[in-house]
Design a protein around this ligand. Structure first.
Ligand code: SF4
Length: 212
């Protein structure tokens, strides 16, 4: 059973890798700290909107202490357009203050340390592992949840269970690619409301094809 599922998962990945050879994190950043901040801003917001806001922020705030020392209201105003700006400003300041105190202002490249930091959940920790540290991780966002369930790679709806289920299907060295191509497939073909099953490259392995 798991063997069949792994074989189907392998075929799906091989097709998606060809379909999205340049799949990557679409948040703009140039170092781990910037990606951590952008990932916090991206909650309930599009990457496009975040990318409109971050250039001015990254120019102004260069170090973790720059972010940590800025007054809450100032940061709230600067990130207002990304939504949930009060919580996001609080998370960014708390994260950067802890990075400054415990990690000399650097973002640690260790998953277990990352998830202990304020504002960093498993999803963001995995984004950092895969995108800037070149380490294994499965990023389970709304796209990966939807695509993996439609493709019957998992029956779970809990993101942590999905993460572990996908880990079981692929070798560790593929986890980063799996994350990126599934996000791209969910964003550009297997969309939430109107999946484009008629042009989907993995429809022959998809039990949900044309069911929408
Ligand atoms: S066939 Fe349709 S539901 Fe299945 S993965 Fe492709 S777009 Fe999504």
């Amino acid at each position: 059973m798991i063997k069949d599922l792994r074989q189907r998962a392998k075929k799906i990945l091989s097709v998606l890798e060809k379909e999205y050879p340049y799949a990557h994190c679409e948040l703009d950043f140039s170092n781990p700290l910037q990606l951590a901040v952008a990932a916090i801003l991206s909650a309930q917001c599009t990457d496009k909107r975040v990318n409109m806001v971050t250039p001015a922020l990254f120019k102004k705030y260069r170090t973790a202490s720059d972010w940590a020392d800025t007054p809450q209201e100032v940061l709230e105003n600067e990130i207002r357009s990304t939504g949930f700006y009060r919580n996001k400003a609080r998370s960014i300041r708390a994260l950067c203050s802890e990075l400054d105190e415990r990690f000399n202002g650097e973002v640690p490249d260790d998953f277990d340390e990352l998830v202990k930091l304020p504002g960093i959940g498993r999803k963001t920790a995995n984004v950092l592992m895969v995108t800037v540290f070149n380490k294994p991780g499965i990023v389970v966002d709304t796209h990966v949840t939807r695509v993996s369930r439609r493709l019957a790679l998992t029956k779970h709806s809990d993101p942590v269970k999905i993460e572990f289920a996908i880990q079981e299907l692929y070798p560790e060295k593929k986890w980063g690619r799996v994350s990126h191509v599934m996000v791209f497939h969910g964003r550009y073909c297997c969309t939430a409301r109107k999946p484009e099953c008629n042009r989907c490259p993995v429809r022959r392995w998809c039990p949900s094809a044309d069911k929408f």
